[in-house]
Ligand binder design. Structure first.
Ligand code: ARG
Length: 459
């Protein structure tokens, strides 16, 4: 079978080289985008009188049939035809005859692949956004149920100050909401039509690019044909957002793994999201969380891969750019799967409120509040810091928490202390009085939750 571009060739492609340079094995994923792009192109060619309208009609019917058959699994692609674009064109001509050969008028595979990829990435951006919205919803649900579930927050992984599980979950909401915002921004620059850029210097046919853009639901057309065929920033932006999102997921996983250790004991993963050991009968491992953490590496790799493919490329299209897709597809699959697993894992996990509370009572998480108590009674903060430092040392030596000391013991370090210090440094007071926007007080977190729901509702 001759190649679609075979005219100027006398010899055949080496068989191994043919397989090597073919992309059908992975770009077949974009068959839907390829066909809808071609339908829009054909309709525009007909409307503009570049090809007869009835030919355009036949092409469109043929393409629709191909789409149905691929959907139904009835089509087998061929390596011989290199990529999805030429496979579809070959099928079309087989089905509708010579009019099929008119489809590629005023078009190149270079602007075609750029169009397909953008359409595919638009869909991927939307899918990832939906998964993120789901995850944000789960975080809000957990937060809402736990605005007064006291736990310790950490710096340096050392107990720092008391907070609530609600406050904690809403910190993750913020991270994932920023990912959504980034995706929305990335979508703006993705949803632009390069078709009409031709191979690189546009075309002499009177194309109506805006008409094709409108049919494809794209907001704009690209402004320079050289850039139109060689820009892959939209894919890099997706990979960047995906990498940041995986970093967020990975941080959450790290905490899930820590919290579900026997040492912390504050989180119990459901059986549905844990696995056992082939030798140690007692084991229940947080494999899903570890895997998400691990898969973060491959998404970073996908980003680095494409950045590196693009870095030395002269204008305009270069075959190197065929290497743009696999990594991106891998990232799309990975981040979407990880987001879904994270949703399920969080929804079914059980937080051990008693252990969270118990943990917050240890490690002197109320030491800052003890210092603040003395400040409110007239001491300079630096002095109060020193007094409480000594108190903590005394507590450590005597195996007690600050609030387990007697007033007499406290007065040895701070003669001004009164009975009301115990209320001032109770965990509940510590949390409830941190009532500034962004703080852990239930009132502040409830306000954050209201705002978060509003933000999600506006998407
Ligand atoms: N399969 C190619 C790709 O994915 C399509 C464009 C090929 N263009 C060319 N002139 N070889 O990039």
């Amino acid at each position: 079978m001759p190649k679609l571009w075979g005219g100027r060739f006398e010899g055949n492609t080496d068989e191994f080289a043919e397989g090597f340079q073919s992309s059908i094995g992975f770009d077949c994923r974009m068959y839907r985008e390829d066909i809808t792009g071609s339908i829009a192109h054909a309709r525009m060619l007909g409307e503009q009188g570049i090809i007869p309208k009835e030919d355009a009609g036949k092409i469109i019917e043929g393409l629709k049939g191909i789409l149905e058959d691929i959907d139904a699994g009835k089509v087998e692609f061929s390596v011989h035809d290199e990529d999805i674009h030429m496979n579809v064109e070959r099928l079309l001509t087989e089905r509708v005859g010579d009019v099929g050969k008119k489809l590629h008028t005023g078009r190149s595979r270079n602007d075609q692949v750029a169009t397909d990829f953008r359409l595919y990435m638009r869909r991927s951006v939307d899918e990832t956004t939906q998964n993120l919205i789901q995850l944000c919803g789960v975080l809000i649900d957990i937060a809402e149920e736990n605005t007064d579930t006291i736990m310790s927050a950490y710096t340096h992984l050392q107990k720092a100050q008391p907070t609530t599980l609600g406050h904690y979950m809403m910190a993750y909401f913020e991270m994932f909401y920023r990912d959504i915002e980034r995706l929305i921004d990335c979508r703006r620059r993705t949803n632009i039509l390069p078709l009409g850029s031709g191979a690189l210097c546009a075309t002499t046919y009177p194309l109506d690019r805006a008409m094709a853009a409108e049919e494809l639901g794209m907001d704009e057309i690209t402004r320079n044909s050289l850039d139109g065929v060689s820009d892959r920033d939209f894919a890099l932006e997706y990979l960047s957002v995906a990498s940041i999102c995986m970093m967020h997921l990975s941080r959450l996983c790290e905490e899930i793994i820590l919290f579900s250790t026997n040492e912390y004991g504050t989180l119990r993963l459901s059986d549905a999201y844990s696995t056992g050991s082939s030798i140690m009968p007692q084991k229940k491992n947080p494999d899903m969380a570890e895997l998400i953490r691990g898969k973060t590496g491959r998404v970073y790799g996908d980003l680095m891969g494409l950045l590196t493919v693009m870095k030395g490329l002269p204008l305009a299209y270069n075959k190197d750019m065929q290497e743009d897709k696999e990594g991106v597809f891998d990232a799309v699959d990975t981040v979407n799967a990880c987001l879904q697993v994270m949703c399920g894992m969080l929804k079914t996990a059980e937080w051990k409120k008693d252990m969270l509370q118990l943990g917050a009572g240890r490690g002197f998480t109320n030491a800052t509040d003890a210092a603040d108590y003395f400040v409110k009674n007239g001491m300079a903060f630096r002095d109060a810091h020193a007094v409480v430092g000594h108190l903590v040392l005394y507590c450590e030596q005597n195996g007690k928490a600050i609030d387990e000391l007697t007033l007499e013991e406290i007065r040895k370090f701070a003669p001004d202390a009164k009975e009301d210090i115990f209320d001032a440094i109770s965990l509940t007071t510590c949390v409830n009085t941190r009532n500034v926007p962004g703080g852990p007080a239930p009132e502040a977190v409830n306000e954050h939750i209201r705002q978060a729901k509003r933000l999600l509702g506006e998407l």
